[in-house]
Design a protein around this ligand. Structure first.
Ligand code: UDP
Ligand code: MG
Length: 313
């Protein structure tokens, strides 16, 4: 097997026929044996039926089906676990990542790069909120992360077998794949592309899911938030010393000023309370993740594994 295409699918019944058509066009011009791994992430619509039909029509299409919705990153992880190709390409199932770009990714791989990621130059027809929060987040992450995670790249990429093997061996549960991919290293390069609008259906990444992914990215790749608590604490200590000085000053020179009374105390109490709560929250983010890792549950449960040969099924 030369190429594996890993595609997570969650309630994409309206996109699947078009996805199939466009993949077909691309697979026909590929120069080696290829497989498509569709990972059904617990869809509640007709996606799984359609996927089954595709498999019947074309044996190059194999699929995994989760027993429930586990999320995009987990779906990609499962696909990578099962991929047999020498080269693995990950793309979204909503046609926002144009399959026609795959030959370009492969050309770069031929030049000797082990990771070729697609970098968005433009996001067409995505909401203002999504674009602006993504813009800020990627830049913040670049500043804070201890690895160089390129901006404006999603999971659309090509990975060589050696990178996929390492990724598969990583036991961590919080899988911020674009970060792990950067962490692994090797020769990496970008291809610029314009992100198409979604072909059909609604965005499956709700704001809450995107926010959770952003926190995962930050916490998995940066200890700066932990240190932030220390910095804010130090800052609060300085402020309280300053306030003490002010109180003394007012006591001596303006004995009747209301500022020397309750107001200043309440302010100090609120400020310190806020600092403590934020710090506890940050600790919680990290400890919660330690707890998740320690439990050591499997990442996903599979209801169906079809098309991978008898051994794996
Ligand atoms: N997806 C998934 N599980 C989820 C949410 C999304 O497998 O819980 C898939 C979805 O079917 C699509 C891809 O992940 O193929 C990207 O989702 P979406 O287009 O909603 O996200 P966006 O492109 O806005 O980041
Ligand atoms: Mg999308």
């Amino acid at each position: 097997m030369k190429y594996s295409l890993v595609i997570p699918i969650y309630n994409e019944e309206n996109t699947l026929p078009e996805l199939y058509r466009r993949l077909w066009g691309v697979m026909d011009v590929m120069d080696g044996e290829a497989e498509v791994i569709l990972v059904n992430d617990g869809s509640g619509d007709r996606s799984l039926q359609l996927i089954r039909e595709f498999h019947q029509k074309d044996s190059r299409i194999c699929y995994l089906s989760f027993a429930r919705n586990f999320g995009h990153q987990t779906a990609v992880t499962a696909g990578l676990n099962f991929a047999r190709g020498e080269v693995v390409i990950v793309l979204d199932g909503d046609l926002q990542d144009p399959p026609e770009l795959i030959p370009d990714l492969i050309a770069k791989w031929r030049e000797g790069y082990q990771v070729v990621y697609a970098q968005r130059t433009q996001r067409r027809q995505e909401s203002w909120l999504k674009r602006s929060t993504a813009f800020v987040f990627y830049r913040l992450l670049r500043r804070l992360a201890n690895v160089d995670i390129p901006s404006d790249t999603g999971d659309f990429c090509l990975m060589d077998r050696c990178v996929v093997d390492i990724l598969n061996k990583m036991p961590e549960r919080d899988r911020y794949i674009r970060g792990l991919r950067a962490w692994i290293g090797f020769e990496q390069t970008a291809i610029k592309f314009q992100r198409d609008p979604r072909f059909a259906g609604e965005v499956k990444y709700t704001f809450a899911k995107s926010f959770a992914l952003a926190i995962d990215g930050l916490v998995s790749f940066s200890k700066v938030p932990l240190r932030l608590a220390t910095y804010v604490g130090l800052f609060a200590a300085c402020v309280s010393i300053l306030m003490a000085v002010l109180v003394f000053y007012w006591r001596i020179f303006y004995p009747n000023s209301p500022l020397t009374g309750m107001a200043i105390i309440i302010m100090a109490v609120f400020f310190l309370g806020a600092v403590q709560l934020v710090s506890i929250g940050i600790l919680g983010e990290y400890i919660g993740r330690i707890y998740e890792e320690v439990k050591g549950r499997p990442l996903y449960t599979l209801a169906e594994v079809v098309g991978f040969g008898e051994k794996r099924e």
